[in-house]
Design a protein around this ligand. Structure first.
Ligand SMILES: [Zn+2]
Length: 361
């Protein structure tokens, strides 16, 4: 019995060791892989507002973003297409998954019967309104050109707004990071290029559903708008948009490789000018848990940080130590017996002593 147990333990430890080695060597942590997906292509021109071709503009921008990123050897760029060919939506996601990409970016141009203009960045989610549904519907309808699309997309019907609900579940794990990336991109367009801001939004884009990584879709502007169509079709416009996207990707990468930076919270921090604050650390582990009350014994106002493969989960946010002590009691009585007060400065973890030193100055 004793030797059997010993053998078993040895087997288990070998397995654990193999598993850890696998984790260590399966990916090069220094390389950040970005998949650039130029929308449409081949027999699918995308929209052709004012006679401009979405498929051509999207490809030019994707290729230029890639050229920019390739100047930095820590990036690996993978394209879903580099030529004027049609690629199924499913295949695009597959390319990204096989590349074990860190980020997936799909590039498109919008169209509308009105004079609408401006740039918007999307992450996968339920369409908040009819307009978002119409945009997703247009981008999804390309599956009608594909063979066996009902099988490939689990019976998904681009014409049915309800159909999208089945889309959102898989990407949920990456939602926070997708929104984070989308914010960098949208900010870059608005701040650097003064483009009209159509904001970061959620809608049911098929191409974002099947990827296992943070994923965004950029509607770079409206070809149907005379001025914007001309801009997007011009060398200058494409160069500006590409630089802007590349710039945002670089910033996004920096933000997540700065391991102690807080990644996300499920509430707005009231006063974002406060740089030094306290939180209650309630849990940690290698598993990502969506920031929902039901995952955290009913507590709300949650946030998390990620360092390597380890997540830390926090409750509340305050600059006041007395309040933090009250929150700590609340967390403990909710069942987080090992909860502790932790301090941050500019998103970086600091000691409680440093918190008092900074605050006394
Ligand atoms: Zn498109």
């Amino acid at each position: 019995m004793y030797t059997n147990l010993n053998l078993l333990l040895r087997k288990i430890s070998t397995l654990i060791l193999l598993f850890c080695c696998n984790l260590l060597f399966s990916q090069d942590n220094n390389v950040f892989t970005v998949v650039l997906d130029a929308g449409h292509g081949g027999i699918d021109p995308g929209n052709t507002g004012n006679g401009y071709y979405e498929k051509k503009i999207a490809l030019n921008i994707a290729l230029q973003v890639g050229r920019e990123l390739n100047k930095d050897p820590s990036f690996k760029v993978v394209y879903t297409r580099t030529k004027d060919v049609k690629i199924d939506l499913f295949k695009r996601a597959d390319i990204a998954n096989k590349a074990k990409a860190n980020l997936f970016i799909s590039i498109h141009c919008d169209s509308h019967t009105s004079n609408a203009y401006g740039v918007g960045t999307f992450v996968l989610g339920l369409h908040a309104n009819e307009r978002n549904f119409q945009i997703a519907k247009k981008e999804n309808s390309v599956i009608f050109l594909e063979e066996n699309y009902t099988q490939k997309y689990d019976g998904f019907d681009p014409d049915n707004p309800e159909s999208v609900i089945s889309l959102v579940l898989m990407q949920e794990e990456y939602l926070d990071q997708s929104i984070n990336a989308a914010n960098f991109i949208q900010d870059s367009f608005v701040k650097n290029l003064k483009r009209k801001n159509r904001n970061v939004k959620q809608a049911g884009f098929i191409v974002l559903k099947y990827t296992y990584m943070p994923s965004v879709l950029i509607e770079t502007g409206f070809l149907t708008n005379k001025t914007e169509g001309k801009y997007l079709n011009s060398k200058k416009g494409q160069k500006e948009m590409s630089n802007s996207i590349a710039d945002a990707i670089i910033k996004y990468k920096k933000s997540i490789s700065n391991t102690s930076v807080e990644l996300s919270s499920n509430y707005d921090i009231e006063n974002s000018t406060i740089n030094t604050y306290l939180k209650i650390q309630i849990a940690s582990g290698s598993k990502f848990l969506p920031l929902k009350s039901y995952n955290f014994k009913g507590l709300s106002r949650l946030s998390y940080s990620k360092r390597g493969k380890n997540y830390k989960y926090y409750f509340e946010n305050t600059e006041n130590y007395e309040k933090a002590k009250q929150y700590l009691l609340k967390a403990k009585s909710a069942g987080f017996k090992d909860a502790i007060i932790v301090a941050f400065n500019n998103g970086k973890r600091i000691s409680i002593d440093d918190f008092f030193t900074i605050n006394s100055n």
